[in-house]
Design a protein around this ligand. Structure first.
Ligand code: SAM
Ligand code: SF4
Length: 470
């Protein structure tokens, strides 16, 4: 290998290597994955989709529900063969020394136990040390074995620069980390630590740089509770959006996730005034029952929640709302469950993410006596999902005949027909057939007239192609 391809860092040489990375869970984790990849490119790593050719295998884990934990444990178990029966490196002809690491939410709380329990795991790292991944990989290649880094960043300020590696016009921009809410069922405050906001000035500069130098047109402002943004610094999400709205070349601003308790009138008003803010709000309600909301420690009532939806829809009549629902919170009665079904009718969500309650160790809810069985939970979840699908289908039928501006993301084959898929400002996926099968529409802005719709998808006809904005 030519020495030109080798990067020397400290006392080590880093030839070109491949990293395989699997991300579980929420957008915050996907954002962390981008950061990890960006740091690793400085150590000569490029990403591979094929675990067999990887020199470094990283799992970026999620702990929100037990299912995500189980998936990770099973995938990690499978990596044992990478160590016991390694591939031959085509470059050197020697057996590959694959490094395996686990980061993210499970690693934050279980890092030490994981490295002890899984022989093939070289190191674990928590959610607050993602930006030190280069140092940890260096330590592993320097021969350090079986370590776990799960310390918290104790500094008062939170300052980062957004990293992008995908070459798309969309970027996740983290504006606040951690969560102080401690909803009784949720593990996130334990895996992501306390709330800490970036400063508005830094974020505005960051986004301006992304737009001017990296071709970013759409930003998703990220945080576990973005409505808490700036609380400690006298700043606010509404103020931040108003500033970002002024950036030339930025087309679309999204944000997630919002907590209903912290949605201010100022924020509602920004949905009326900001020209680039998406016509979409994801506002997790979790349950339609006030008594369950109390046990969840959610700090709002259904009346307050519905009042917010009304204000938002008044501020922007094109606004669509989506939500999260947990089925079968401990001891949820049939009546409380029926209240959730009623809420679906009242709220008219465009879509929901719905889950069975999953007990998380260390949370208040996990210590509650619970009489519900898996069967009851499963049945209630199915009822919630069936009801929502009916509502959704109705809403989407109402889109037929209307024209939407869409940013096209990718193409795919649907029953042998090539279709392009994009997202409206209100986050709905739209599929359309190209006029010419050979044309590429990736990252074009187009107008699409909706011709048919089901609960889960909308099909349309290309009306106008504005091309790719440069
Ligand atoms: N911060 C956001 C909020 O306030 O809703 C969402 C964070 S959480 C990663 C995403 C969703 O996971 C939650 O809205 C909730 O519906 C679901 N969730 C969290 N803990 C759960 C649990 N123990 N069992 C089932 N679902 C859970
Ligand atoms: Fe979890 Fe509640 Fe914080 Fe959302 S607001 S991350 S549900 S504790």
């Amino acid at each position: 290998m030519s020495s030109e391809n080798i990067i020397t860092v400290g006392e080590l040489e880093f030839p070109p290597r491949k990293v395989w990375l699997k991300t579980y869970g929420c957008q915050m984790n996907y954002h962390d994955t981008e950061r990890i990849l960006s740091h690793l490119s400085g150590l000569n790593f490029t990403r591979t989709e094929d675990q067999q050719e990887a020199d470094l295998v990283i799992f970026n884990t999620c702990a929100v529900r037990d299912l995500a934990n189980q998936k990770f444990y099973s995938h990690l178990g499978e990596t044992k063969k990478l160590k016991t029966n390694p591939e031959i490196d085509p470059e050197t002809g020697l057996k590959k020394n694959v490094i395996v690491a686990a980061g993210g939410c499970i690693a934050q709380t279980e890092g030490k136990e994981l490295v002890k329990k899984y022989k093939q795991l070289d190191f674990a790292f928590g959610t607050d040390v993602v930006d030190n991944i280069g140092e940890m990989v260096y330590r592993a290649y320097a021969g350090e074995k079986k370590f776990s880094v799960t310390s918290w960043d104790r500094s008062d300020n939170y300052s980062i620069e957004t990293k992008i590696t995908q070459g798309t016009p969309q970027a996740f921009v983290n504006i606040i980390k951690g969560c102080d809410k401690f909803c009784s069922y949720c593990i996130v405050p334990f895996t992501r630590g306390r709330e800490k906001s970036r400063r508005q000035e830094e974020i505005v500069k960051d986004v301006r740089r992304l737009v001017e130098y990296s071709g970013i047109q759409e930003v998703m402002l990220l945080g576990q509770n973005v409505n808490s943004f700036g609380k400690d610094n006298g700043e606010s999400l509404a103020g931040l959006i108003t500033e970002l709205d002024q950036i030339n070349g930025l087309e679309l601003i999204r944000y997630t996730t919002s907590h209903p308790y912290d949605v201010t009138d100022e924020l509602v008003d920004v949905h009326r005034t900001a020209k680039k803010l998406a016509n979409h709000l994801h506002l997790p309600v979790q349950s339609g029952s006030n008594t369950v909301l109390q046990r969840m420690l959610r700090e709002y009532t259904i009346e307050h929640y519905l009042g917010l939806l009304e204000k938002m829809r008044k501020a922007n009549p094109n606004m669509i709302i989506s939500s999260d629902i947990i089925a079968g919170f401990p001891n949820e009665t049939e009546e409380e469950h029926q209240d959730t079904l009623k809420l679906l009718d009242l709220a008219q969500f465009d879509f929901i993410y719905s889950y069975n309650y999953s007990a998380r160790k260390g949370t208040k809810a996990s210590r509650m006596d619970d009489v519900l069985t898996d069967d009851i939970r499963g049945r209630r979840l199915r009822e919630i999902q069936a009801k929502q699908l009916g509502i959704q289908e109705n809403i989407r039928q109402g889109m037929i005949g209307k024209t939407y501006r869409v940013l096209v993301e990718e193409k795919g084959l649907n029953k042998g027909v090539t279709k392009w898929t994009g997202r409206t400002s209100c986050s709905r996926l739209v599929h359309f057939e190209p006029e010419n099968p050979e044309s590429s529409y990736q990252w074009h802005w187009v107008d699409v007239e909706i011709t048919s719709a089901t609960a889960l998808s909308t099909q349309g006809r290309l009306v106008k192609d504005y091309g790719r904005k440069l």
